[in-house]
Write a protein that binds this ligand. Structure first.
Ligand SMILES: C[S@@+](CC[C@H](N)C(=O)[O-])C[C@H]1O[C@@H](n2cnc3c(N)ncnc32)[C@H](O)[C@@H]1O
Length: 361
C-alpha cells in the first residue's frame, strides 16, 4: 500500500487558492492550483486530517491510476494492473465515466461497464471516476462521500441557505479577526455565525460525521481516533460576541437548533429582528452576511431594503467592517458604502461576489 497518495482536493470555483492555503496550514506539500481544485500529494494521516479539519474544501479524490488506452483491450489491461486492495469497501461501486471527445474511447457506458467487470462489483456507494482525455485514462476514487459542506449540523433547509464551506470562505474573505464581534443581520439558518463560532473555538468541522474512506480496508480507526482526540484538545472556550438576526421567526429557530447540533449554541445570540432595527455591540467588529439578493428571496422590495440597510449601517455601524455575499443583480451600490468586490464564486448556481469594506467613521 503506497504511503503517498496523489490527490485532487475539489474546491468551489474561486475558492481554490483559499483551499490551497488551508492545505498548506495542514502541513500538506506545496500543491498546484488548477480550475476546480488543488493537486497535491497526501500521506494517509493527511487525507484524514483534511477531512477532519478543512473548512472550505468540497471533497477529495484519490488518483489510483493513469495510463494510455486507445481501445477496450488497453483499457481492460490498464484496469487489471490497479491494485484495489487499499480502496475497495465491502459494498459495490458506482462508476462515473467521462470522455473529452478527442479520444478513441468515447462510449462512457461501455467504459463504466469494463470498470465494474474488472472490479467485480456494481451498484454501491463508492464512487469511482474514470476520465479519458486524449487517450489517457485517469481513475480516481472518492474519499469523501457526501460533500464536505455537509457537516451534519443543519436541519431542514431554510430560505436559500448557503453551503457551510462558502460561509467559511466568506469569513476568510472578510478578514474577520476571530477575537472581534461578528453580526449577521440576515442569518437565515445561521450558517455564517455557526461557522464563525466553530472557527473561533477551533472546532474541527468534520468532527461529527463519517466519510467514505472509513469503509476502505486501509482505514485505521485507532489512528483516526487519535487524530480526533488531538483536534478536540485544540478546542478553546473563548469566543467573541456572535449575533444572528433575522426578521423571520422560523429562521431564528433554525439558527438556534443548528447551533445546538453544532455544539456552539452557548456562543450565539440569535433573535428576531428586522435589519432596520439593527443593534450592535459597542466594540466595532464585522458584519458578515448573505442578505437577500433578489434572485431567490427578497422579492420586488429588495432595492428599498438596501436603501434602508445602507442608512442603518452609515448611522449605527461606523468603523465596522462589512462583507456581504451578493449576486450580480444585487443593488449593493444603494448601500452607499465603499465596498469592493473580493472573492468571486457561485452560490446555488448563481455567480456571486463578496463585497467588502469599512463603514466610514
Ligand atoms: C439569503 S437568506 C440568508 C441565508 C443564510 N446565510 C443561511 O445560510 O441560511 C436571507 C435571509 O434574510 C432574511 N430577511 C429578509 N429581509 C429581512 C429584513 N428586512 N430584516 C431581517 N432579515 C431579513 C430572510 O428571512 C432570510 O432568512
Amino acid at each position: 500500500m503506497s504511503t503517498r497518495l496523489e490527490a485532487f482536493v475539489v474546491a468551489a470555483p474561486g475558492l481554490e487558492p483559499m483551499v490551497q492555503a488551508e492545505l498548506v496550514k495542514l502541513g500538506v506539500r506545496p500543491a498546484n492550483v488548477t480550475h476546480g481544485g488543488v493537486n497535491c500529494s497526501l500521506t494517509w494521516p493527511q487525507l484524514w486530517a483534511v477531512h477532519l479539519k478543512s473548512r472550505m474544501a468540497t471533497r477529495v479524490l484519490v488518483r489510483v491510476a493513469r495510463f494510455k488506452a486507445d481501445g477496450f483491450d488497453t483499457l481492460t489491461a490498464g484496469l487489471a494492473r490497479i491494485d484495489w486492495s487499499a480502496w475497495l469497501p465491502a459494498g459495490g461501486v458506482d462508476v462515473a465515466a467521462s470522455t473529452d471527445g478527442k479520444s478513441k474511447l468515447f462510449h462512457t457506458g461501455a467504459i463504466a461497464e469494463r470498470v465494474v467487470a474488472q472490479i467485480g462489483r456494481g451498484e454501491g456507494t463508492q464512487q469511482v471516476l474514470v476520465r479519458v482525455q486524449r487517450d489517457v485514462v485517469t481513475v480516481s476514487i472518492d474519499a469523501t462521500g457526501p460533500a464536505l459542506h455537509k457537516r451534519g449540523y443543519r436541519g431542514p433547509a431554510g430560505k436559500a441557505p448557503m453551503r457551510e464551506t462558502l460561509a467559511a470562505a466568506l469569513l476568510v474573505a472578510s478578514e474577520w479577526d476571530v477575537k472581534k464581534p461578528l453580526v449577521d443581520p440576515f442569518c437565515g439558518s445561521g450558517t455564517i455565525v455557526i461557522e464563525a463560532a466553530m472557527r473561533a473555538r477551533r472546532i474541527a468541522p468534520g468532527r461529527h460525521r463519517t466519510f467514505q474512506f472509513m469503509q476502505w480496508p486501509s482505514f485505521d480507526a485507532v489512528a483516526w481516533e487519535r487524530l480526533v482526540k488531538g483536534a478536540d484538545s485544540d478546542v478553546i472556550e473563548r469566543c467573541p460576541p456572535l449575533l444572528a438576526f433575522d426578521r423571520d421567526d422560523g429562521a431564528v429557530a433554525a439558527t438556534l437548533a443548528n447551533a445546538t447540533t453544532a455544539g456552539v449554541a452557548g456562543q450565539i445570540n440569535a433573535e428576531r429582528r428586522a435589519a432596520s432595527d439593527l443593534v450592535l455591540p459597542s466594540t466595532a467588529g464585522w458584519i458578515v452576511s448573505n442578505p437577500p439578493y433578489g434572485a431567490r428571496v427578497g422579492g420586488p422590495d429588495v432595492r428599498d431594503l438596501y436603501d434602508r440597510f445602507g442608512d442603518v449601517l452609515r448611522e449605527r455601524a461606523r468603523g465596522w467592517h462589512v462583507a456581504l455575499l451578493a449576486s450580480r443583480d444585487t443593488p449593493v451600490t444603494r448601500l452607499k458604502l465603499p465596498l469592493v468586490p473580493m472573492l468571486e464564486t457561485t452560490n446555488g448556481g448563481i455567480p456571486v461576489a463578496v463585497q467588502s469594506g469599512t463603514v466610514p467613521s
